[in-house]
Design a protein around this ligand. Structure first.
Ligand SMILES: CC(C)(COP(=O)(O)OP(=O)(O)OC[C@H]1O[C@@H](n2cnc3c(N)ncnc32)[C@H](O)[C@@H]1OP(=O)(O)O)[C@@H](O)C(=O)NCCC(=O)NCCS
Length: 331
């Protein structure tokens, strides 16, 4: 069952470095001071050292021992520019354009990961999702065998018994309108991610229809994607198309999807598009009292994750642990 203890144990055995693009943000400074005190994950803060130390002093956080890298005085910048141009040569990026991109902390930080100065990156405390994710798509790129980067949220709520209820949902953040083949890839990535967080996946492909009760292209898309995913992963309980009530409520499942190995007990949810996914996880978070961890980006060569601009220091700390631990388990 999901707990940060397991992820921290992974990091204690295999300590990692994580880049924070927004080095002087008070929430990043607070999370970094906690990480430095616990000694299992080394933060790299991007920014001008004097400004970062000043911001840390003003907000009262001790960041002594953290590495600070200033893009303006980075000793390997020429090497970084050359590598940037090489990666983006299919777009005809010039040296001058590369230097301009690298003056932005999101591109600079992503190149630190690409070049091996760090294992992972967490950004987005002030950048939009698109601005955090785009450099990762362009520079870190998809893992061999993957065609897209997608994302997953892990939702956690304590049960009365003391155990946590843990769910996986996606893609709520990246692919705006995935097609059938992309949904299969998204589902397989989410199944992998769910297992890392201790979930034994029972996968529902969600729709406004259950087993043919409604009709339309989107219904066909979810049904076909569920069938293809099941064919490729016969030992995993997978079903669809299912409405959300049929997926989670046993009393509805017996009426709408009798005999389903998933209906009534689903814990891993594949949404038809980003509208449904983004709205869906936020309903669980805001009205269902689940804590939401993510978006966790899936299918990249190295872990890069995005924070919500409304994040708290505690969320930064949790996401840093998740992001860094993924660089150990996804090897
Ligand atoms: C992810 C996102 C930013 C990419 O959009 P974009 O910048 O317009 O992307 P582009 O089409 O210009 O592609 C940029 C590069 O990323 C690649 N790319 C785009 N989407 C990709 C995906 N899902 N997986 C892998 N690579 C992808 C492209 O192939 C392209 O590579 P290239 O420059 O080497 O040719 C966009 O899909 C998006 O805005 N998604 C929604 C984000 C959001 O608002 N989420 C809600 C809040 S959490």
């Amino acid at each position: 069952m999901f707990g940060f203890g397991q992820l921290i144990d992974i990091l204690r055995k295999d300590p990692k470095k994580i880049v924070f693009t927004e080095g002087s943000d008070p929430r990043i400074l607070e999370a970094s001071s906690r990480l430095l005190a616990s000694n299992f994950l080394r933060p790299i803060l991007i920014g001008v050292p004097d400004k970062i130390y000043e911001a840390a002093e003003e907000s009262g956080f001790n960041i002594r021992g953290s590495e600070i890298i200033d893009p303006n005085s980075f000793s390997d910048i020429d090497k970084m520019v050359t590598e940037f141009c090489e990666i983006r040569k299919h777009k005809g990026v010039t040296e001058e354009q590369a230097r301009k991109y690298l003056s932005h902390k999101n591109y600079f930080g992503t190149m630190l990961v690409k070049m091996g100065y760090a294992d992972s990156l967490l950004g987005g405390a002030t950048y939009s999702t698109a601005d955090t994710v785009r450099p990762a798509l362009q520079l870190i790129k998809t893992r061999p065998g993957n065609t897209i980067v997608s994302s997953c949220f892990i939702l956690v709520r304590p049960r009365a018994t003391g155990e946590n209820e843990v769910l996986a949902m996606g893609d709520c953040s990246i692919n705006i309108k995935p097609n059938e083949e992309q949904l299969v890839e998204i589902a397989e990535e989410i199944i992998r991610c769910a297992r890392i967080f201790g979930i034994d996946p029972k996968v529902a492909f969600l729709s406004y229809s259950t087993k043919g009760s409604g009709a339309g292209d989107d219904v066909d898309k979810m049904r076909n994607a569920a069938q293809k995913t099941k064919l490729r992963n016969p030992s995993v309980p997978i079903d669809g198309e299912l409405q959300f009530d049929a997926a989670v409520a046993p009393s509805v499942a017996t009426k709408k999807a009798p005999g389903s190995e998933v209906a009534g007990h689903a814990n891993t949810f594949i949404f038809p598009d980003i509208n449904a996914g983004n709205i869906g996880y936020k309903i669980a978070q805001r009205m269902g009292n689940f804590e939401a961890y993510g978006p966790i980006l899936l299918g990249l060569n190295s872990p890069i994750n995005d924070l919500s601009r409304g994040c708290t220091a505690s969320e930064v700390y949790s996401m840093a642990i998740i992001t860094a631990a993924l660089s150990s388990v996804s090897k």
